[in-house]
Design a binder for this molecule. Structure first.
Ligand SMILES: Nc1ncnc2c1ncn2[C@@H]1O[C@H](COP(=O)(O)OP(=O)(O)OP(=O)(O)O)[C@@H](O)[C@H]1O
Ligand SMILES: [Mg+2]
Length: 468
């Protein structure tokens, strides 16, 4: 732990440095407010021991500045014994404690130790509080489909282990949600730290993950802790791990193998105790084939694979999700809970949801914003859902178990009708022409295949079965 001693008297500074180094602290010292500010920026100490009267101002000012920036930095004020007034002021401004000069060093040691204990307790309480809130979220990962139920069982079984997890799934399937659920059910005391590996260029990613020394590269004006260190005793979530360069993959492999990190520009390796959860929306097996993902790293991270199915493969979860999103957005807006029409629900259940749960969530939010009445109808559904109510998955593979040719021909007809509608911006007469059909038969099939909504002014309201 880092301690910063601020006092203009050099003998006291040296004395306190020696005493607290013996106590196991790493001590930095500053003689003025200006020096102290620089030291706080550079070292981010865990605790500051500061004299009230400094040549260039009051220690209270430093205390206020620190509290505004980093509320968890502990602060102990050293005051002249005559000024109880300032001591009170310091406590009000957020100092953990104070000691009056001249003091007994044993007494100061006790005050510092107590302050550490109190700070640890506070940090832990904060962590427990967020953990409680997040655990509640775990109950909010919805899914009654067999596939999701299976995933819940896996999470419960593996949360308390330290095994590395690889979550795969299309965008918006809930990968981050699952990662958090694992962490907050793990009983791990450290933080959950998340980073999107695809969002940063390689050099930046490296210093984010492992930290860097001051001056390690241009622009590294102060030393920096890496995310692995920040996640010590907790969990690091490496999102989009498939986007990393192979050079980066080698570095990650080393951390996973040896459980040590080295800051950029440093020779020192520090051990870390971190649970790793990685996620990808790519097929890593495919990337391995192509040579863009290292097989050795794959085996390191793929200890517990969790494959999140796309929403279109678990349509029975859709009503549940719709219901909870309606609830959520109406509550946020402080309006009465709206209902949804049976027609709108039918189209929602049929849509292929390329953006998965996130897309569904956005659609419901939009419907609630657009609809003034108490019922959400097809009117407020976005066009792609109205038109693409049924995206057939016609292929030209003959499945081993055989198939119905008639249904397949229907699928192909749907694809071309949708394409025609898309090209003509939904104008049916033109779409019919493009396909050399009469308007009447185009309209007949478009209705039959539900490519266009049934036009009913009065839509029935659906009662959602939310039993899990
Ligand atoms: N099973 C679920 N129950 C309730 N909400 C869910 C569920 N799955 C996902 N969500 C919600 O959908 C949104 C997207 O989830 P999340 O960010 O975890 O997806 P992701 O797989 O990480 O997506 P991306 O690959 O785009 O980063 C979030 O708002 C999340 O709360
Ligand atoms: Mg994500």
């Amino acid at each position: 732990m880092d301690l910063l001693v601020v006092d203009d008297e050099s003998s006291l500074r040296d004395f306190l440095s020696i005493v607290f180094e013996e106590e196991g602290w790493h001590v930095e010292a500053a003689a003025s407010l200006a020096d102290a500010r620089a030291a706080v920026q550079k070292h981010e100490p865990d605790m500051v021991l500061c004299d009230l009267m400094l040549p260039d101002g009051s220690g209270i000012d430093l205390l206020k500045e620190i509290k505004a920036q980093n509320a968890s930095m502990a602060f102990i004020m050293i005051t002249a014994h005559t000024s109880t007034q300032s001591a009170v002021e310091a406590l009000k401004a957020g100092a953990l404690d104070y000691i009056a000069k001249p003091f007994d060093i044993e007494e100061l040691k006790i005050i510092v130790r107590k302050a550490v204990e109190r700070k640890e307790l506070e940090d832990e309480n904060l962590h427990l509080r967020t953990a409680l809130e997040e655990r509640f979220t775990f109950a909010n990962i919805l899914g009654k489909s067999a596939k999701m139920q299976e995933i819940f069982t896996i999470i419960q079984r593996i949360a308390r282990t330290n095994s590395t997890v690889l979550i795969s799934g299309e965008s918006g399937t809930g990968k981050e949600l699952i990662a958090r659920a694992i962490h907050y059910n793990s009983g791990r005391r450290g933080k959950f730290v998340s980073i999107n590996c695809g969002a940063l260029p390689e050099t930046l990613l490296e210093s984010e993950l492992f930290g860097h020394e001051r001056g390690a590269f241009t622009g590294a004006i102060r030393e920096k802790k890496g995310l692995f260190t920040e996640a010590d005793r907790g969990t690091i979530f490496l999102d989009e791990i498939g986007e990393t360069s192979t050079a980066m993959q080698i570095k990650l492999l080393r951390v996973l193998q040896d459980r040590v990190v080295r800051r950029v520009g440093s020779n020192v390796e520090t051990p870390v105790e971190v649970r790793v959860i990685a996620a990808t929306n790519r097929d890593l097996a495919d990337s391995i084939q192509k040579g863009t993902f290292r097989e050795d790293l794959f085996y390191r991270i793929n200890v517990i694979p969790i494959a999140l199915p796309p929403l279109r493969q678990r349509r029975e979860d859709i009503p549940l999700l719709v219901d909870s999103f309606i609830d959520k957005f109406c509550t946020t807006l402080g309006i009465a809970r709206k209902r949804i029409s049976a027609d709108a629900m039918r189209l929602i259940e049929k849509y292929h949801w390329p953006g998965n749960v996130r897309e569904l969530e956005n659609v419901i939010e939009r419907m609630i914003a657009l609809e003034t009445s108490e019922v959400l109808t097809t009117k407020s559904l976005p066009e792609q859902i109205l038109l693409g109510g049924t995206i057939p998955d016609a292929t030209f593979d003959l499945p081993s178990e055989g198939m119905s040719l008639e249904q397949h021909l229907e699928s192909i007809a749907k694809i071309f009708m949708l394409k025609a509608l898309e090209r003509t911006g939904g104008v049916q007469t033109q779409a019919a022409e493009l396909l050399q059909m009469s308007f009447r038969s185009f309209r007949y099939y478009a209705k039959k295949y539900e490519l266009i909504p049934r036009d009913s002014r009065q839509e029935d309201v659906v009662e959602i079965d939310t039993e899990k």
